[in-house]
Design a protein around this ligand. Structure first.
Ligand code: CP
Length: 338
């Protein structure tokens, strides 16, 4: 794929070589994201960061990634602060904002809405999540994390054993991740969910067509016993008709230190796209795992910055210029990155 000027809307647009390109550029971004080096390669460029659904990490890491490349960020959050609340169409909004920006990141509650917006945009649009459909940049950072964690343990993505746990029906991160995993070979995938919240059948079929061994089950303990990655997800309350309906499933599959010690292999990596639901009655990923060195959730969030920096550098075609005129940082940076 030729990245310059392209929208990033779905993981379906990638081939395996594209993933390798993105990850190589993400590696190149590490000294900048880890506050060792400074680059101003996107000085003068503007990111339009448009989030019409709540977000902490996707919105802020898109903005941070752009700032770390030297660019400026202009942000819209929520429909109520946008002219969409006055009836403006996605088409008109896209025509307007793409005149103010060099690239746009967008989250919207309707499946397909970001693609509709992109079709009217005059600049590249990156999908930050469209309803229960896709979250391609999250899938890329998840896969980058899986690769990094597996390499640290002498493994790889090919041949991976992974359990995906929780709300697999509405969880857009696992939809995108499963599609990406089809670019790799010989995976064993355990889909652990209530029957009503199973992974959409077309995605399961796509994984089986890729010759992955896929099991759908409600049995958490047996199916986290022999996996490299246990990937937990939150019940996506915002996609249910009511809070009471979501309550039927909340807390059904909990992973805590005791369950981990009893049932997982000692090196199993624990992942979650976050936010995890820390309220009493939910806790799908318990706080008592916070000191477990195999808990990779904050390595995932850190990786979100390098992967999004890589995507900006690729679609704005500055990869070759990033290291030019770069310098060391001149402020105290501490030791927050491992
Ligand atoms: N993982 C993720 O999309 O988190 P936010 O909703 O905070 O962006």
């Amino acid at each position: 794929m030729h990245f310059a000027g392209q929208h990033i809307l779905s993981v379906n647009q990638f081939e395996r070589a594209d993933i390798e390109t993105i990850f190589a550029v993400a590696d190149q971004m590490l000294p900048y994201a880890r506050r060792k080096r400074v680059t101003r390669v996107l000085e003068g460029a503007v990111l339009g960061n448009m989030f019409f659904e709540p977000s902490t990490r996707t919105r802020v890491s898109f903005g941070s990634a752009f700032n770390l490349l030297g660019g400026e960020v202009r942000e819209t959050t929520g429909f109520e602060d946008s002219a969409i609340a006055k009836g403006e169409s996605l088409y008109d909004t896209a025509r307007v904002i793409s005149g103010y920006s060099d690239v746009i990141a967008m989250r919207h509650p309707e499946p397909g809405s970001v693609a509709e917006f992109a079709s009217a945009s005059r600049v590249p649009v990156l999908n930050g999540g469209d309803g229960a459909n896709e979250h391609p940049t999250q899938a890329l950072l998840d896969l980058y994390t899986i690769k990094s964690e597996m390499h640290g343990r002498g493994g790889d993505i090919d041949g991976l054993r992974i359990a995906l746990i929780g709300d697999l029906r509405y969880g857009r991160t696992v939809h995108s991740l499963c599609k990406l995993l089809c670019l790799f070979q010989g995976l064993e995938v355990h889909l652990i969910s209530p029957p009503e919240l199973r992974m959409p059948g077309d995605i399961v079929e796509t994984m089986r067509s890729a010759d992955h061994k896929v099991t759908e089950t409600e049995d958490l303990e047996d199916h986290i016993a022999h996996v490299d990655i246990a990937y937990s997800t939150r019940i996506q309350e915002e996609r249910f008709g009511s809070r009471e309906e979501a309550d039927l499933y909340r807390g059904r599959f909990r992973l805590n230190q005791n369950i981990y010690t009893q049932h997982c292999e000692p090196n199993t990596v624990i992942m979650h796209p976050l936010p995890r639901d820390s309220r009493e009655g939910a806790r799908e990923l318990d706080d008592d795992l916070n000191d477990n060195p195999n808990l990779a959730i904050f390595r995932q969030t850190d990786n979100g910055v390098v992967v999004r920096m890589a995507l900006f550098a690729l679609v704005l075609d500055v990869v070759e210029q990033v290291d030019r005129d770069a310098r060391d940082v001149n402020w105290y940076t501490g030791s927050r990155f491992q």
